[in-house]
Design a protein around this ligand. Structure first.
Ligand code: HMG
Ligand code: MG
Length: 309
């Protein structure tokens, strides 16, 4: 992108941390179950491209997400690089036990802002998901782990429609009160638009959840993920989730498609002169290689433009 120059925009951060979720959010939704060694190579190539946070797998029930049933093997085989974090999803204490046995240092619990998705994704009510997470967060913190919480359906729900902002803020506050250090706002089905993003961030600020603790997690179903990200950056967010090649989705949310593609995000941030530490060329090569493994072209516009595949 360097050959097209860089011009910044007032009011944006100078540096953004990208939380790469391809190996987890990306691969959990693929019909093909990839061998552990391919997942390991994927994670290692993402780190070689400059990623410092790579969400690597999930310690959920293997029957619920068979694509990630090899979580132990993947973590055992990845050569962990100092200074890089390899968070994993953990829904409950059984998941935490499995993660601790693997020497994990960063976990993410994942709550739902709506009743319906809590039932479909976690087999819990909105209230009982919090009861499930409470001992996980407490024990993880005691063991010195960092704990992020996702909040799915923060912008809309395929069964319930519009999700009232006060409801999202209330569940977010309850999740953070458990002791999580970061809140990732999940647009699980990609329906958000920039005005809603800004309105939610302002409501969270009014509820005294500091923007430094907030990350955004946009799926790109309706092509809004980059616009929503720019809106979030303009309000002080500096952590953005993205998935290499735009892989992704949630098997328990109808109409969830891929995440914001990391390459599309890096292209935009490079052009704005915002540092990410990521080498776009290496990342595109990685996603083109992953597209071959999956037997289909990458949905990322930037991957297709640069690699032709
Ligand atoms: P459940 O059926 O209610 O589980 O599922 P349970 O607590 O009743 O336990 C039943 C059995 O499962 C027990 O075994 C447990 O030991 C076992 P038994 O005693 O009968 O032999 N079990 C486990 N085994 C291995 N690992 C575990 C585990 N937990 C229980 N962790 C549960 C509840 C939460 C486990 C299930 O609903 C589940 O695994 N859900 C995960 C669904 C999921 O992974 N969805 C995708 C991730 S979320 C997402 O993609 C959104 C996000 O990207 C943000 C966004 O986009 O919005 C994060
Ligand atoms: Mg997601």
């Amino acid at each position: 992108m360097a050959e097209y120059g860089t011009i910044g925009l007032a009011g944006l951060p100078t540096r953004v941390t990208i939380c790469e979720v391809g190996p987890r959010d990306g691969l959990q939704n693929e019909s093909a179950v990839l061998p552990a060694e391919v997942k390991v190579e994927f994670i290692e190539r993402l780190v070689a491209a400059g990623h410092t946070v790579v969400e690597s797998t999930s310690f959920v029930h293997p029957k619920w997400v068979p694509q990630l049933a090899d979580a132990e093997e993947v973590l055992d085989r990845v050569r962990r690089v100092a200074g890089v974090r390899y968070p994993v999803l953990v829904p409950n204490e059984r998941g935490l036990d499995r993660a601790l046995e693997r020497g994990v240092t960063d976990i993410a619990v994942f709550g739902s802002a709506t009743e319906t998705f809590a039932a479909r994704n976690l087999n819990r009510s909105l209230d009982s998901q919090l009861e499930m997470f409470a001992p996980v967060v407490a024990r993880a913190r005691q063991a010195g782990l960092t704990v992020r919480t996702y909040l799915s359906m923060s912008f809309g729900d395929p069964w319930e429609g519009e999700v009232p902002i006060p409801q999202v803020v209330s569940v977010a506050g309850r999740m953070m009160a458990l002791g999580c250090s970061e809140l990732s706002l999940g647009d699980t089905i990609g329906v958000a638009t920039p005005g809603r993003v800004v309105a939610l961030l302002e409501a969270l600020r009014a509820a005294e959840i500091p923007v430094e603790r907030i990350a955004v997690h946009f799926h790109d179903t309706y092509g809004q993920a980059l616009a929503n990200t720019l809106a979030a950056l303009s309000r002080g967010v500096t952590t953005v989730d993205a998935s290499a090649g735009g892989l992704g989705g949630c098997p328990y949310a109808k109409s969830a498609t891929g995440n914001l593609a990391t390459e599309d995000l890096v292209w935009q941030l490079d052009g704005l002169g915002i540092e990410t530490g990521i080498d776009l060329g290496k990342l595109v090569e990685t996603s083109a290689w992953m597209a071959e493994q999956l037997g289909r072209p990458s949905p990322s516009r930037v991957v297709r433009a640069i690699s032709g595949g």
